[in-house]
Write a protein that binds this ligand. Structure first.
Ligand code: ADP
Ligand code: MG
Length: 337
């Protein structure tokens, strides 16, 4: 048996990358989240060959100070939390300080950023800095990821076709656009614009862009508040259903999450109006005190722990029922319902 040794940073980042960077779409997710956390109002995502060739993200956010550009790629280096206490009141999408070092350990990364004044640029290969220099003084950040998984052959082999990977990236961007109607997103794949949103804050408009005009037309607004929760969004009239659960999008404090119980709560709201094997289309945005939600469960933060899941389910079901009733799609309750 060999002696116990502490792994060097490059190797430990590569191990972390196994969790954070599953495929090109996971990189896009992490980088768009960074752009959102940086208060960007315009985010451009450009990919080539399903992201396998290149991923380029341009934002107009607050930028990274020139002297911190190297630190951004250090493991567990983050500007988003500082103390134990912050970990329980997360208001940003990121907080682990793992995405940039993980991505850089399995690809070539070029980043340029400016906080408004003189900018700085950095190039990393295999997690190691190979170049640094000045950059344009345009507020915001541009990050370019190429040569993905060149040094992790098993992961490279596991990737699917260009169109599958591009589809996963599309899913990520669609969800981000639905979660943030106030941000203008542009998604360009192999030179073709796939999605472009205005950023004017109108969710129905984003729904039209993502799911089509006809679907958007069939959507009804939901709106509800309880002591702990605020719920807004749209659901499709029950004559419009899908054969898959993935058209139910749920966002908690701006984060897309997957949660079986809450998805069931949405379906319950439709009561008996859903044919067997059919699922609703819904875009639901929940706002709550971050203390009620633990996002530090899953490296990609897709799953979260909710402290009052039952109560929240109830709010979701009730709000949907109310909206359907207001449209006379389900009858008024008699005594109990
Ligand atoms: P996290 O998002 O968890 O903090 P990351 O590794 O994704 O960790 O990013 C590290 C840090 O780099 C962030 O905390 C942030 O300060 C900075 N950063 C990354 N991307 C951007 C961006 N697009 N605009 C401004 N700052 C950024
Ligand atoms: Mg991040």
């Amino acid at each position: 048996m060999a002696h116990i040794q502490q792994l060097d940073a490059t190797l430990s980042n590569k191990i972390a990358a196994g969790e954070v960077v599953e495929r090109p779409a996971s990189i896009v997710k992490e980088l768009v989240e960074n752009a959102i956390d940086a208060e960007s109002t315009h985010i451009l995502v450009e990919i080539e060959e399903g992201g396998l060739q290149s991923i380029r993200i341009v934002d107009n956010g607050i930028g990274i100070a020139a002297e911190e550009i190297g630190l951004a790629f250090a493991r567990h280096a983050t500007s988003k939390i500082q103390s134990d206490r912050d970990l329980f009141t997360i208001r940003t999408l990121g907080f682990r300080g793992e995405a940039l070092p993980s991505i850089a350990s399995v690809a070539r990364v070029e980043l340029q950023s400016s906080t408004g004044g003189a900018g700085a640029g950095i190039v990393l290969e295999g997690g190691k800095e190979v170049k640094r220099g000045p950059a344009e003084a345009r507020r915001g950040t541009t990050i370019c990821v190429t040569d993905l998984f060149y040094n992790t052959p098993a992961r490279l082999k596991y990737l699917k076709t260009v169109s599958t990977e591009a589809g996963h990236i599309s899913d990520v961007i669609n969800r981000m656009a639905l979660a943030y109607p106030g941000i203008s997103f542009q998604y360009v794949s192999d030179g073709k614009t796939i999605l472009q949103t205005s950023g004017n804050g109108d969710l129905r408009q984003v729904i039209a862009q993502v799911y089509g005009r006809n679907t958007a037309h069939e959507m009804i607004k939901i709106d509800g508040t309880s002591l702990d929760y605020e719920i807004t969004g749209y659901i499709a009239r029950p004559m419009l259903t899908r054969a898959s659960r993935q058209y139910m999008s749920l966002f908690i404090n701006g984060r897309y999450i997957r949660n079986f119980k809450l998805a069931q709560a949405i379906q319950q709201g439709f009561h008996t109006l859903l044919p067997i094997g059919r699922y609703p289309i819904a875009v639901i945005q929940l706002k709550m005190d971050p203390i009620l939600i633990d996002v530090n469960v899953h490296p990609a933060k897709l799953e979260v722990r909710l402290s009052k899941e039952e109560a929240l389910s109830e709010v979701i079901t009730t709000s949907i029922k109310q909206a359907l009733r207001a449209e006379a799609l389900i009858p008024e309750p008699t005594k109990q319902s």
